[in-house]
Ligand binder design. Structure first.
Ligand SMILES: [Zn+2]
Length: 94
């Protein structure tokens, strides 16, 4: 029975792979083990792109916020106005 299912281990290249369960292949020589009974894609695989997308969106928002904040004309006007002509009337235009 086992002679028909001799599988060469992809890790150590020995023909010591056994099949303890219907969908489980395990190598006796090394720690190689493959379980086909479990779903091919665990939840972590679905969650990772979601988290990555959220992180990317979040960093995009932060970058945009920093960019807008550092390049606000009001901020530059205020700095220029305070150094050259500190008149409060300039601020009231904005
Ligand atoms: Zn092996």
């Amino acid at each position: 029975m086992a002679e028909n299912n001799i599988i060469e281990c992809p890790v150590c290249s020995k023909r010591t792979v056994v099949q303890p369960k219907a969908n489980v292949y395990q190598c006796l020589a090394c720690n190689f083990k493959r379980d086909f009974s479990k779903p091919s894609k665990p939840k972590s695989n679905i969650g990772f792109p979601l988290i990555a997308t959220l992180a990317a969106l979040l960093s995009l928002f932060i970058l945009r916020a920093v960019y807008v904040f550092s390049n606000t004309p009001d901020m530059q006007q205020r700095e220029v106005g305070s150094s050259t002509a500190p008149t409060p009337t300039q601020h009231r235009i904005y």
